[in-house]
Design a protein around this ligand. Structure first.
Ligand code: SF4
Length: 210
């Protein structure tokens, strides 16, 4: 299996339950809900993406011809042998490529493996953390996990549609568009009325870190 990787980097988790946690990010190339081209955004199934997931030209990006080669590159970014590496597989949509072989190769190197997915594809067994971020109009196939993180508001993807699903944590993240301040106010109000949900902020954007 060849893995197409946009970039690998070490930073802090910017959003959701693990905000502030040091993590190695493996950003897979490509998504099934948008091509990544601005000319296609208006017709895409997901239109609010703020991530560049096209190509393999980022730091640590490239074509990796085996799970072990990619796992070696990822695990080498972790600075402290005494603490278990936390690896976040993201994208794009990582489930287009992430497979059992790569999960196993990372875990053999002592890593815990987390995923940030749009939930349109089932996750392979063995992941240590599954965070699903449903998108309006896209079928939800990964209906269980550790965290459900919903960008809010989305017409056609209301929190009430997901609140019954078997996740441990429910995070509401304000949509970061030109009305972002209003969306934040709305998300705060929703969480206060429905305390099952917690506010998730894109702290990496607020702080200007990758
Ligand atoms: S599903 Fe995620 S990666 Fe894909 S276009 Fe939407 S926000 Fe971007």
């Amino acid at each position: 299996m060849t893995y197409y990787i946009k970039e690998l980097f070490y930073s802090l988790q910017g959003e959701g339950v693990h905000t502030g946690r040091p993590a190695i990010f493996c950003r897979f190339t490509g998504c099934n809900l948008w091509s990544g081209r601005e000319t296609d955004r208006a017709s895409a199934r997901c239109r609010f993406c703020d991530t560049d997931f096209r190509g393999t030209d980022g730091s640590g990006g490239g074509r990796y011809s085996s799970a072990s080669a990619l796992a070696n590159q990822i695990s080498a970014l972790w600075p402290a042998a005494a603490v278990q590496p936390w690896v976040v597989c993201t994208g794009g949509e990582p489930l287009l490529q992430l497979d059992a072989a790569l999960i196993a190769a990372l875990q053999q190197r002592g890593c815990a493996v987390a995923i940030e997915t749009n939930g349109t594809l089932p996750a392979p067994a063995g992941l240590d953390w599954i965070c699903v971020s449903p998108k309006a109009g896209a079928p939800l196939r990964q209906t269980s996990g550790n965290e459900l993180k919903l960008v809010y508001p989305q017409c056609g993807a209301l929190p009430e549609q997901f609140a019954h699903l078997p996740f441990q944590h429910f995070s509401l993240q304000p949509l970061a568009d030109v009305n972002g301040i209003d969306h934040t106010t709305e998300a705060i109000a929703y969480c206060k009325l429905h305390p099952q949900w917690r506010l998730s902020l894109q702290t990496h954007q607020l702080l200007g870190i990758p």
